[in-house]
Design a protein around this ligand. Structure first.
Ligand SMILES: Nc1nc2c(ncn2[C@@H]2O[C@H](COP(=O)(O)OP(=O)(O)OP(=O)(O)O)[C@@H](O)[C@H]2O)c(=O)[nH]1
Ligand SMILES: [Mg+2]
Length: 374
C-alpha cells in the first residue's frame, strides 16, 4: 500500500452502469487507479441488472444489483428503468450513501458515469441513476461517458440508443460520446474488438483525473474543469454539452507536429465534427521537464485555439504544465486536452433530433443548429 495524498481536495465517484459500463470501470479500477499504486482516492461503483456480470468484476469498490433475479434487462430500457426505480424504493441504491470503505459518502465534487447505449440497463436504468445521484449530490458536476453502438448492431439498438442519448443529454452536465463503430477492430473476435474502445473511455476518465489531482505550475485543477464542463447557462447561445476529453501520448516533444493528425483521428472516435466555436480549452502538458519547450507547447495550443476561433468565438484558454514527479517519463510527453461546447458528429445531432422528446433537448438543439447551419 502506498501513502494516500492526505491533501486530496477533489472527491470523485466513478460509476459504471450495465455490461459495458461495469466492465470498463472494472478495468480502470484495476489498471489505472488501483489503490495499491494510485495516490488518490476514487470511489468506484458498478451497477447492473446482471448478476453474472457483477460477479465477474475484480477491482471495483462496490457492486449494486438492480432487481432480485439478476438476469439483465433483456435489451429493454423500460425494464431497466423499472428495475432502477424499484431498487431506489427498496433501498438497494442506498449503498451509494457510503464510500466502498464504509465511511459516509463525501460531498462528491465530480461524478463520472459510464454506460453503453442500446441495451436495457445502461440506457434505461442509467438516466434514473443519474437523477438519483443528482438529488443526493446536488453540488457535483456529473459527466457522462457514453458508448454508442456500432453499425453491426444498427436497427432496434440504434433506436434505443437514440432515446437513451436524448434522455442522458437532458440530465448530465457534460457528455463525451465514444463511437464504438469507428473504433472496433474488424479483424478481431468480438470479445477483443471492444478493447480499443474501452481504452478510449479509460483515456477520457484519466484525462479528467490527471488534471484534477496532479499539481502543475502553472496549475490546472478541478475548478478549471468544473468551469469548463458546467452546462450551458440560460441565455448562453449555441453551446452544446458535448466535450472533447482526451490525452495524447507522444514518444518525444519532437513529435508535436503529429498532434493535428492525432486530434483528427480522436475527434472521429469521440463523435465530434469540429471544435469550431467551442467555449473553453484546457491543455495540460505532462512531461519530465527535459524536452518540451515553451515554443513547442505553444504550437499545440495554437493548433487547438485556431480551430475554435474559426467560428468567431474566442474561447477561454488555460494551459498547465505538470512536471512534478515526472522524471520517469524521460522524453515522453502527454498532452491532456479538454474542450467544451464542441460540435457533435452529424449522427449524434440526427439521433438527438429524432429522439428530441424532451423540451430542453429541443431548445438547446435549436439554438445550436440555427447558427451553425447543421
Ligand atoms: N466498448 C465496449 N462496448 C460495449 C461492451 N459491451 C457492450 N458494449 C456496447 O454497449 C452497448 C450496450 O451493451 P451492454 O452494456 O452490454 O447492455 P446493458 O446496458 O447491460 O443492457 P442489458 O444487457 O440489456 O441489460 C452494446 O450495444 C455495445 O455497443 C464493452 O465491453 N466495451
Ligand atoms: Mg447487460
Amino acid at each position: 500500500m502506498i501513502d494516500r495524498d492526505e491533501e486530496q481536495s477533489t472527491q470523485i465517484l466513478l460509476v459504471g452502469i450495465g455490461g459495458a459500463g461495469c466492465n470498463i470501470v472494472d478495468q480502470v479500477a484495476g489498471q489505472y487507479i488501483n489503490p495499491a499504486t494510485y495516490p488518490y482516492k476514487v470511489d468506484v461503483y458498478a451497477i447492473n441488472t446482471d448478476r453474472q456480470n457483477l460477479r465477474n468484476l475484480q477491482n471495483v469498490g462496490m457492486t449494486i444489483q438492480l432487481g432480485k433475479k439478476g438476469r439483465g434487462a433483456g435489451s429493454d430500457p423500460e425494464r431497466g428503468r423499472r428495475l432502477a426505480l424499484k431498487a431506489i424504493s427498496d433501498g438497494a441504491l442506498d449503498a451509494l450513501k457510503h464510500s466502498p470503505d464504509g465511511e459516509e459518502a463525501p460531498e462528491y465534487d465530480l461524478i463520472l458515469v459510464t454506460a453503453g447505449l442500446g441495451g436495457g440497463t445502461g440506457t434505461g436504468s442509467g438516466p434514473v441513476i443519474v437523477e438519483y445521484l443528482r438529488e443526493m449530490f446536488p453540488e457535483a458536476l456529473i459527466m457522462g461517458i457514453l458508448i454508442y453502438p456500432e453499425d453491426m448492431e444498427a436497427g432496434v439498438k440504434t433506436e434505443i440508443a437514440k432515446q437513451g442519448l436524448a434522455e442522458y443529454y437532458g440530465l448530465l452536465d457534460s457528455i463525451v460520446v465514444i463511437n464504438n463503430g469507428s473504433i472496433v477492430d474488424p479483424n478481431k473476435p468480438i470479445s477483443e474488438a471492444y478493447e480499443l474502445a474501452d481504452k478510449y473511455v479509460a483515456n477520457t476518465i484519466m484525462t479528467i483525473l490527471d488534471i484534477s489531482e496532479d499539481y502543475g505550475k502553472p496549475n490546472l485543477d478541478f475548478n478549471d474543469i468544473q468551469k469548463a464542463l458546467e452546462p450551458p447557462r440560460p441565455g448562453e447561445q449555441n453551446v452544446s454539452k458535448f466535450a472533447f476529453v482526451s490525452t495524447i501520448e507522444l514518444p518525444s516533444a519532437n513529435d508535436v507536429s503529429k498532434v493535428a493528425d492525432i486530434l483528427n483521428e480522436r475527434k472521429k472516435h469521440l463523435s465530434i465534427k469540429s471544435f469550431s466555436g467551442a467555449r473553453t480549452l484546457l491543455v495540460g502538458f505532462f512531461h519530465s521537464g527535459k524536452s518540451l519547450t515553451w515554443e513547442k507547447a505553444q504550437a499545440v495550443v495554437s493548433i487547438l485555439k485556431n480551430e475554435i476561433i474559426m467560428a468567431g468565438r474566442q474561447p477561454y484558454v488555460k494551459a498547465g504544465d505538470f512536471t512534478k514527479n515526472k522524471e520517469g517519463m524521460l522524453d515522453r510527453v502527454k498532452i491532456s486536452v479538454i474542450i467544451s461546447g464542441v460540435n457533435p458528429d452529424s449522427y449524434i445531432l440526427n439521433a438527438l433530433q429524432d429522439a428530441a422528446a424532451e423540451r430542453e433537448v429541443e431548445e438547446i438543439l435549436k439554438g445550436f443548429q440555427d447558427e451553425r447551419g447543421t
